[in-house]
Design a binder for this molecule. Structure first.
Ligand code: DSN
Length: 428
């Protein structure tokens, strides 16, 4: 690059990514092909509209690209064009979620998602999000004892509030969602079932997480996270949605109209190219192996952390993600008590201590957290990125040991972290 200042920052970030253990469950290492597509000349092109109906000239290859990316997106999830529409233009997950509400829920009507501090997302109706200003948010929570979804309680709330849409799919929920139960609740109250599969889309494509496509009216995902593609959003609309058809809503057209011109201007053709690349990658047999290994790794890491005495929210994981209640798990470690002057350490302290040793996690609230979001009780971890590096169960046991040494014994493990990373270099 001619711009040395930016080039040096890119190089520094490559080194950081290579030399740290990345346990953030929503991050991953996309392939060189995904990066090439993102950095391609498609970045230069304006293409407002949809294939064969654009507002700018010169779109013959963008048209081909968008059609191919849509076909690949359907194929990656085993879908047929006659059953599902797909929109590959959303800039990312948040605009995709907004587009779905705009398409299907009149302003001022009710939406229902999991409360943010229990594992939901800002755009599922959190009070500071525009989604709770334009619509009335009636959130559900997790069961306090099991820290899992309580379908009877969700049904009770849905019957009471009559939301127009119910969102299933979260950012910090380690268990598998029962989409059939959500479908029944939605049918009973006449709500659309929207699945936000951003976190587990790669697991669905890889066949290790139940498919929501049997049950949902509309499904969105980001293309990064477990899917390992570019930062971008994709929306799938069920042409056979009974609730849409009964209401006379053409769900595919409504979603397309909400994305453009409703909310967005020119789509990012380079992102669309990169979605196309990753949807082809996700349809390969080796991606199934990858998805299987993600879950195997998460289960191994969870079991080892439990052996070291950490309390895991909901008792463990069935997915790529683990939520650790560090505040209660570390309260008996006497050295930590002495150093912090109180029982246990917070998620923020745990995250800082791990980062000093090259282990990257994010602080996170746990269900019914007594602490504040910026200084919560938990840390969230996941295995998609380490699995991409080729790490398996043996390495997960080592990672759990390193985490325990940092958080429970205050040991410096930075050399072990660097040595482990050096054995699994990235392609960048
Ligand atoms: N920020 C994402 C995550 O980390 O889960 C959700 O959008």
């Amino acid at each position: 690059m001619k711009d040395k200042e930016i080039e040096n920052l890119i190089k520094a970030e490559i080194k950081r990514q290579n030399e740290t253990i990345n346990l953030i469950p929503s991050e991953n290492f996309a392939s060189l092909d995904v990066h090439k597509a993102l950095g391609s000349v498609f970045n230069n092109k304006y293409c407002e509209g949809y294939p064969k109906a654009r507002y700018y000239g010169g779109n013959e290859f963008v048209d081909e690209l968008e059609i191919l990316t849509k076909e690949r997106s359907l194929k990656a999830f085993g879908l047929k064009e006659e059953d599902w529409g797909v929109n590959v233009q959303p800039y990312s997950g948040s605009p995709a979620n907004l587009a779905i509400y705009v398409a299907l829920v009149p302003l001022g009507e009710k939406i229902m998602g999991l409360q943010l501090d229990m594992g939901g997302h800002l755009t599922h109706g959190h009070k500071v999000s525009f989604t709770a200003k334009a619509w009335v948010s009636t959130p559900y929570t997790l069961n306090k004892e099991t820290e899992e979804l309580d379908y009877d309680d969700i049904r009770r709330l849905a019957v009471e509030n009559k939301p127009k849409i119910i969102v299933a799919g979260y950012t910090a929920y380690p268990k598998i969602i029962d989409f059939e139960k959500f479908r029944k609740i939605c049918d009973e109250v006449g709500a659309y079932l929207m699945v936000d599969m951003s976190h587990f889309a790669g697991l669905v494509a890889g066949g290790v997480y139940p498919t929501p496509f049997k049950y949902a009216d509309v499904i969105m995902t980001t293309a990064h996270k477990t899917l390992r593609g570019p930062r971008a959003g994709v929306i799938f609309s069920n042409r056979k949605s009974e609730i849409a058809n009964r209401a006379g809503v053409d769900i595919v057209k409504a979603i397309d109209k909400a994305v453009f011109p409703g909310l967005q201007g020119g789509p990012h053709a380079n992102q669309i190219a990169a979605i196309g690349v990753v949807m082809e990658e996700a349809a390969r047999p080796e991606f199934k192996e990858y998805a299987k290994q993600i879950v195997l790794n998460a289960k191994t890491l969870a079991a080892e952390l439990k052996n070291f005495g950490f309390r895991l929210v909901a008792g463990g994981t069935e997915t790529h993600l683990i939520l650790v209640d560090v505040a209660s798990s570390t309260h008996s470690a006497s050295s930590l008590q002495a150093s912090s002057g109180r029982e246990g350490i917070s998620g923020a302290e745990a995250s800082d201590q791990l980062e000093k040793n090259g282990i990257i996690v994010n602080k996170n609230t746990i269900p019914y957290d007594a602490r504040k979001p910026m200084d919560p009780s938990g840390i969230r971890m996941g295995t998609p990125a380490l699995t991409t590096r080729g790490m398996k169960e043996g390495e997960m046991k080592l990672v759990a040991k390193l985490i325990a040494e940092v958080l429970l014994e205050k040991k410096d493990v930075s050399t072990e972290v660097r040595n482990l990373c050096a054995k699994f270099p990235l392609d960048y």
